[in-house]
Design a protein around this ligand. Structure first.
Ligand code: FES
Ligand SMILES: [Fe+2]
Length: 394
């Protein structure tokens, strides 16, 4: 159970908030390369800040505060030019660094524009996405997680339906492996029928262990049949599970956008020299109506594992009130995550770089135990094929 103050501290993401300042130390996806192909501007809300992502005619990408510094019209409707984006209202022209290059309605020779500096953030293109950094400069590097940089395969991108809940709810779920055998009993256990719908497949599991490592929180689930799976929560806002990372980007205090990056290795381990832009898909809403909140909407629990998770995360409330929770022994991973967050928030407040902040652009690839996830998927595929072969021969 948390006090109201602790709950606020861990969940609020706006500028100047403790968790918001921690999260601003990391690069976050804000859109896809293909989104700016036909339309040069895109509205972005991230960590409570309203921004506009744009591509100027020189091909440079910028991320500026949405409201024009002049009198507040949205730069979403700005005209992109070689040098930047000109506000549609009175033509103030911004470059990607937020400098104002021109104020057309000012007298000839006026230097007024030099006195204005607009909020602007660095953007990088990486694996088919645009990433933004909203923290203090100099910006760190995007971590070279295996899912994102392995060369012996290809990536695919998937955008989840917006999660109408605070970012910490999916992250606590990623430190909570006990729910797999219960919440996902109908979908994540190979079509078996559970002995009890209450217990699900809990009795398959012998033990759950948690330990902190350099890049986050590792969970190890040991099954009674000897199988072990362990996959990490990558600090602070990524789950690495199966063949994918799920990057949970706070839109604001009560909404989260989840970006999946999947990795599929080549069958023979061959290196893919030029991957090109990874294919992108958009997942349909998990609830109907799609823009309503519990209890005025209904989740489809039959769609996939993720739809079941969205149900759990959203029905906890827009910002789960942890002052009334009753944590049990299976929640020790959740407690570890909170302690890690509190420790790193304090470190940032004291001027230190938090966990997982990479400064060296040449840092080696980071092993997130992806190989285990890929092997598991390959084994499942093999079992399915042999079942199909048996059925075909009957
Ligand atoms: S409001 Fe943008 S130039 Fe006037
Ligand atoms: Fe889940």
């Amino acid at each position: 159970m948390l006090t109201r103050e602790e709950n606020e501290l861990l969940t609020r993401v706006g500028p100047g908030t403790p968790a918001g300042e921690l999260l601003r130390r990391y690069w976050m996806p804000v859109g896809y390369v293909e989104e700016l192909a036909d339309q040069p501007t895109k509205f972005v809300r991230i960590m409570g800040e309203d921004l506009v992502l744009f591509k100027n005619k020189g091909g440079h990408i910028g991320l500026l505060a949405d409201h024009c510094s002049h009198r507040g019209a949205s730069l979403l409707y700005g005209r992109v030019e070689e040098r930047g984006i000109a506000c549609a209202y009175h033509g103030w022209l911004y470059d990607t660094d937020g400098n104002v290059l021109e104020c057309p309605a000012e007298p000839a020779g006026s230097q007024f524009h030099r006195t204005v500096k607009h909020v602007a953030y660095p953007v990088r293109e990486f694996i088919g996405m645009y990433w933004a950094y909203l923290g203090p400069l100099p910006a760190p590097e995007i971590p070279r997680y295996d899912v994102w940089v392995r060369k012996d395969g290809r990536r695919t991108l998937e955008l989840q339906p917006q999660l109408d809940a605070n970012w910490l709810q999916p992250m606590e779920n990623s430190a909570d492996p006990a729910h797999l055998q219960i919440l996902h009993q109908t979908l994540a256990n190979g079509g078996r029928v559970p002995p009890s719908t209450t217990r699900g497949f809990t009795d398959d599991v012998m033990s759950l262990e948690f330990f902190e490592f350099d890049f986050g929180l590792m969970k190890r689930r040991t099954y009674k049949n000897g199988k072990v799976d362990h996959h990490p929560l990558l600090f602070p806002n990524i789950l690495r599970q199966g063949d994918a990372t799920q990057i949970r980007v706070p839109i604001d205090d009560t909404h989260t956008q989840i970006y999946f990056v999947h990795f599929e290795p080549t069958e023979d381990g061959a290196i893919v020299e030029d991957e090109g832009l990874p294919p992108l898909s958009y997942t349909a809403p998990y609830k109907s109506p799609p823009d309503a909140l519990h209890p005025f909407t209904r989740f489809d629990m039959t769609l996939d594992v993720q739809s079941q998770d969205h149900m759990a995360w959203e029905t906890q409330g827009p910002i789960y009130d942890r002052t009334t929770e009753r944590l049990a022994t299976s929640d020790r991973g959740v407690v570890m995550l909170r302690e890690m967050l509190l420790r790193e928030i304090e470190g940032v407040q004291q001027g230190r770089d938090p966990k997982c902040l990479m400064r060296d652009p040449q840092h080696p690839m980071i092993d997130t135990n992806l190989s285990e996830g890929l092997a598991e998927i390959a084994a499942r595929r093999g079992q399915r094929r042999s079942r199909e072969a048996v059925a075909a021969n009957r």
